[in-house]
Design a protein around this ligand. Structure first.
Ligand SMILES: Nc1nc2c(ncn2[C@@H]2O[C@H](COP(=O)(O)OP(=O)(O)OP(=O)(O)O)[C@@H](O)[C@H]2O)c(=O)[nH]1
Ligand SMILES: [Mg+2]
Ligand SMILES: [Zn+2]
Length: 290
């Protein structure tokens, strides 16, 4: 793991043990030992974005201002995985922003854009992006994005092939991160990026972006199923109408979520797709974990 010193040098550091296992974004105290170093202490984290399945906990990064969840017109993205990333960010009170990349692929982009309509409706920012540089587009055609990133630390998260590393290269051309064409046979990414890396965007070091390897599975075992609704804005809005304060929104009488689902004319709506994701997640997180 690299540690950046106050004067901007990067030193390879090792951790002493479990307590000093740093993640990207951590502030650490370290001790030089020959030309490398040892991490002595990790400063208290403002937040830590992680996922957790039955087997392991995987940390993405710490001390974040926001997460850019990047999906693309191609490869097709999983709405369930997108929702999981949004929930994990919300649980750590990290602002999530959704980016939909590859606007130049008109048809699949239009399809993907309309799949994201419900996310715009529930208040998430969804940015249309064309990150791959093209001769006919100026470099700042990533409209709105640079302003959104300015002065902040942003983790770029998303499935393989979405264009995360392409974004890094666009912001920091000298970074020259390896990118890779998606495999057409599988319509999926190739897992080109294998480690999480911090990049400064500006010389003054006020803006940072973090590239990460594409994820396939996003376990939320650390989330209590009864907290799920509060972390999903569309469900949360309807849950205030429920008769029981501890309503699971799955079968209870007087449930505001189920009522909205059944009543097609209701002003407040919930998409069947989102409700399905909710109930599947609820079931998954309610299973015994050992
Ligand atoms: N058509 C089109 N292709 C793009 C765009 N942005 C990125 N790509 C391509 O998508 C492919 C995947 O891009 P990467 O940046 O490697 O994707 P990644 O998200 O870093 O993938 P992993 O490192 O595997 O997680 C590359 O071939 C890019 O050139 C875009 O705006 N339009
Ligand atoms: Mg990459
Ligand atoms: Zn309910």
């Amino acid at each position: 793991m690299w540690v950046e010193t106050a004067d901007g040098r990067r030193v390879i550091c090792h951790s002493r043990g479990k307590k000093t296992q740093a993640v990207v974004g951590d502030r650490v105290l370290w001790q030089a030992s020959q030309d490398e170093g040892t991490i002595e202490r990790i400063e208290e984290r403002r937040n830590l974005l992680y996922r957790q399945d039955e087997v392991r906990t995987k940390s993405f990064a710490a001390n974040l201002d926001q997460v850019l969840i990047l999906v693309a017109a191609e490869p097709d993205f999983s709405e369930s995985q997108l929702t999981r990333a949004l929930i994990a960010a919300q649980a750590q009170q990290i602002e999530p922003v959704i980016g939909l990349n590859k606007r130049d692929l008109a048809e699949p982009f239009a399809r993907a854009w309309s799949r994201l309509a419900v996310y715009r409706d529930m208040g998430y920012t969804v940015l249309p992006l064309a990150l791959k540089p093209r001769g006919d587009l100026p470099l700042d055609a990533t409209d709105g994005l640079e302003a959104l990133l300015a002065g902040k630390t942003t983790l770029v998260l998303g499935p393989s092939g979405a264009g995360k590393s392409t974004l890094i290269n666009r912001l920091i051309p000298q970074a020259q991160v390896l990118t890779n064409a998606i495999s057409t046979a599988l319509n999926s990414g190739k897992h080109t990026t294998t480690s999480t890396t911090w990049y400064w965007v500006d010389a003054a070091k006020t803006t940072a972006v973090i590239d990460s390897p594409g994820f396939q599975e996003f376990g939320l075992n650390h989330i209590d199923p009864m907290h799920l609704a509060g972390l999903m804005p569309d469900i949360k809005a309807l849950a205030s109408d429920c008769k029981f304060y501890n309503c699971s929104h799955l079968h209870e009488p007087g449930c505001g979520v189920i009522a909205a689902l059944k009543d097609a004319d209701s002003a407040e709506k919930i998409s069947p797709g989102r409700y399905k994701i909710y109930s599947e997640l609820f079931a998954e997180l309610s299973q015994k974990r050992y």
